[in-house]
Design a protein around this ligand. Structure first.
Ligand code: ZN
Length: 232
């Protein structure tokens, strides 16, 4: 039963194709480090942002402190009793008021930069947690994928051995016909027949062709798609 042997060969090849596709998918997953690299990049960006925010905060603190000291000196002069000239006192008074307004602005800026630094600190913690989570997930996935991969690889090896045994018993020219059809017909060289029609393309068979396919000793081809017919 040549048609039956080719049908078995087709089943084996279908299984091997599926295993190879799965192996390729798993190898792709194992090679893809995108999620981890993104989490690392996000963490590094968060560190830079925090560093800058802390610098801005320190600068705002220093600016506020400078104004505070200047105001202190002005008020000291104002209340020291050393300055008696009314014009000078008025000038000092005005300067103190201007400095108080400026100090309010500087303290607002200080508070704002402090809050921004706190936010950046929080974002950094989140980025660290996210990376740790990604690393944890990755370790688990890698273990699972590697397990699956070696399982599929040994299954493929076993099927390839079965294929060798089967093809060794087939006439080389028949095997050639099969291989050529597989290449031309998207991997499917053998089609089963149900209700007098080719399962692969759906075309009905003539009674003669159906009879020939049923006997199974010689290869019968579908008149429409050209595949080898097998009647189960
Ligand atoms: Zn067909």
């Amino acid at each position: 039963m040549l048609a039956f042997q080719l049908y078995q060969l087709q089943q084996i090849d279908n299984t091997c194709d599926a295993l190879r596709a799965e192996i390729q998918r798993l190898e792709g997953l194992l090679a893809d480090q995108t999620a981890l690299a993104e989490a690392e990049a996000a963490l590094s960006a968060a560190k830079t942002r925090l560093h800058r925010a802390q610098q801005a905060w320190r600068a705002a603190e220093a600016e506020a402190e400078a104004v505070r000291q200047k105001l202190r000196r002005t008020e000291d002069a104002l209340y020291s009793g050393r300055v008696r000239n009314p014009k000078e006192l008025q000038d000092l008074q005005r300067e103190a008021e201007a400095l108080k307004r400026l100090l309010t602005q500087r303290e607002d800026a200080e508070l704002e930069t402090m809050l921004a630094a706190e936010e950046a600190e929080l974002a950094l913690q989140q980025a660290e947690a996210h990376l740790a989570e990604q690393q944890h997930q990755r370790r688990q996935q890698t273990a699972r994928w590697q397990g699956d991969l070696s399982e599929k690889q040994s299954a493929l090896q076993a099927w390839e051995k079965r294929r060798q045994t089967l093809t060794a018993s087939l006439p080389p020219e028949t095997l050639q016909v099969y291989e050529r059809l597989r290449q031309k017909r998207h991997g499917l060289a053998v089609s089963t027949v149900h209700e007098s029609a080719c399962d692969a393309c759906g075309a009905p068979l003539t009674p003669q062709r159906l009879q020939a396919a049923r006997s199974g000793d010689q290869l019968t081809f579908c008149a429409t798609c050209g595949r080898i017919l097998y009647v189960p």
